[in-house]
Design a protein around this ligand. Structure first.
Ligand SMILES: O=C(O)CCC(=O)C(=O)O
Ligand SMILES: [Fe+2]
Length: 334
């Protein structure tokens, strides 16, 4: 059965009408619910700042407060990031039949492949976005069947990005570990160290004639420990704080870090998973490249034992990641 892609819907929506399946109720419409003109923003942290204590404090504060921050001077060269963006953009600009060669097989239990999310939202609405998912680490988890062969440099470029990304993940885990009063390496070890899965997603949000009425991805927290996201220059990510939606401003060469559910759980609630959503643009295509740093399906995930004691009882159940994911995807209370 042919699946309708948002990219195809968008190419046919040149007048100001879009199918009702994308139109959000007013309580969710970004045109109504976005907070403007308030001087509140997700922290931007310079990892090159000479005062390391200050950087650590900023990261820890951001993890506890917003659950999201941007980092600049993170060590990934800008040419590595632009190549990642270029090959992803080239893939989405291929003829539709060629992209469909990478489509997630119908009925596949894995999330990997090119696709369009079939809504699992209570209100039955759909996001204005297509995507490509594939794992980039560890090697044993990679299925190259879902890595585009076109453009030909796709694989090399993604491998280069992954190598640099591991350095950033290590740095962040160290700071977050120290911030919890643990040894530098403990948090990463508690999260299965170098066996953590790196799942890349490319989001492709085509222009939409009525951006005020739709969402790209609906409000959610990521299931990951951390998500490290490269955006393109078209702003659209929004973070929720105290029940209000704020734009995350575009900062050239910055990486956007999200605290996900597994980090909230591992830290026994000290760090907060950020509720976020995306908006789309009337004229321009927005794209983003999140990498979800996650446990393996069979890993048991729960609060880190040293962070639990009589005064701090566990706030979350310990369970297999795959069971956590099943409940989350089916909206079953954890
Ligand atoms: O596109 C973005 O900036 C965020 C996308 C997102 O939240 C997701 O794919 O989980
Ligand atoms: Fe997300």
């Amino acid at each position: 059965m042919e699946v309708l892609r948002v990219q195809t819907v968008a190419s046919k929506s040149k007048d100001a009408t879009i199918p009702a399946m994308f139109v959000r109720p007013e309580t969710e419409q970004p045109g109504i619910t976005t907070v403007h003109g308030v001087n509140l923003e997700v922290p931007i942290i310079d990892l090159n700042e000479a005062d390391e204590g200050k950087v650590l404090q900023e990261i820890v504060e951001a993890c506890k407060d917003w659950g999201m921050f941007q980092i600049v001077n993170h060590g990934i060269p800008s040419h590595v990031i632009s190549k990642l963006q270029n090959v992803g953009k080239e893939f989405f600009e291929l003829p539709q039949e060629e992209k469909e060669l990478y489509a997630k097989p119908a009925g596949s239990a894995s999330i990997e492949g090119y696709g369009t999310k079939i809504t699992n939202e209570a209100n039955g609405k759909n996001g204005w976005v297509d995507h490509l998912f594939h794992k980039i680490w560890p090697p044993s988890s990679i299925n190259y069947r879902f890595w585009p062969k076109n453009p030909p440099s796709y694989r090399e470029v993604n491998e280069e990005y992954r190598k640099y990304l591991q350095g950033v993940v290590d740095k962040l885990f160290k700071s977050m570990s120290t911030g919890l009063g643990l040894q530098e390496n403990e948090l990463k070890e508690g999260a299965n160290g170098d066996e953590m899965v790196y799942l890349l997603k490319i989001n492709y949000y085509p222009p939409c004639p009525c951006p005020d009425l739709v969402l790209g991805v609906p409000p959610h927290t990521d299931m990951s420990y951390l998500t490290i996201l490269v955006p393109n220059e078209v702003q659209g990510l929004q973070a929720s704080r105290n029940g209000h939606w704020y734009d995350v401003k575009y900062v050239p060469n910055a990486l956007i870090i999200h605290i996900g559910d597994q980090m909230e759980i591992l830290s026994n609630g000290k760090y907060k998973a950020v509720l976020h959503r995306t908006t789309v643009n009337k004229e321009e295509t927005r794209m983003s490249w999140p990498v979800f740093i996650e446990p393996q399906a069979e890993d048991e995930v729960g609060p880190y034992p040293k962070l639990v004691n009589q005064d701090n009882p566990p706030k979350y159940k310990t369970k297999k990641y795959k069971d956590y994911a099943y409940c989350k995807l089916n909206r079953i209370p954890q």
